[in-house]
Design a protein around this ligand. Structure first.
Ligand code: T46
Length: 136
């Protein structure tokens, strides 16, 4: 699956509470230009259902748990995120669908670029054609 992978981050165990961190370029393969987070997701709701032409992201379950299904046009892979010291690296050109959010889940995303609506592919057939064109 197209370089997607779970990245283990530092976990500083402490009786006062644990601390984790991630550093752009050093720990993940991109500079961090934007951070956003998704929370208060009602039961049964899903997010995503799109791909990015260029954007790379690291998806972290900062709290709770949820499912991320990735699709590179040929194969699908499902990940269950539930550890605040693990991140799912999602390279460019991958369709993603998020669901099964637990109550209180917080999905924190580190992104390689600023928000740009024109960079999204939101139609699945268009995504498959895009994948074919970049693979040719
Ligand atoms: C992704 C998944 C995991 C902004 O104005 N700025 C932002 O940085 C983002 C991420 C979104 N928005 C606006 C655009 C829409 O009006 O927030 C609204 C909801 O965005 P969207 O429908 O794209 O949300 P999700 O949860 O379906 O997708 C988001 C990210 O857009 C996407 O990159 O990979 O989370």
């Amino acid at each position: 699956m197209n370089n997607a992978k779970i990245i283990q981050m530092a976990k500083i165990a402490d009786p006062r509470g644990n601390l984790s961190f991630v550093q752009g370029v050093k720990d993940i393969p991109f500079e961090i230009k934007r951070v956003y987070w998704i929370y208060d997701v009602p039961g049964g709701e899903s997010r995503g259902s799109h791909a990015h032409k260029e954007l790379q992201q690291l998806i972290i379950a900062a709290s709770g748990s949820f499912r991320v299904t990735l699709d590179d046009g040929k194969e699908k892979q499902t990940y269950y995120l539930n550890k605040p010291y693990e991140g799912l690296y999602v390279p460019s050109g991958v369709w993603r669908d998020l669901g099964d959010f637990s109550s209180g889940a917080v999905c924190m995303v580190l992104a390689s670029d600023y928000y740009n609506a024109d960079e999204y592919i939101r139609d699945y057939d268009e995504f498959l054609n895009y994948r074919k064109s970049v693979n040719e």
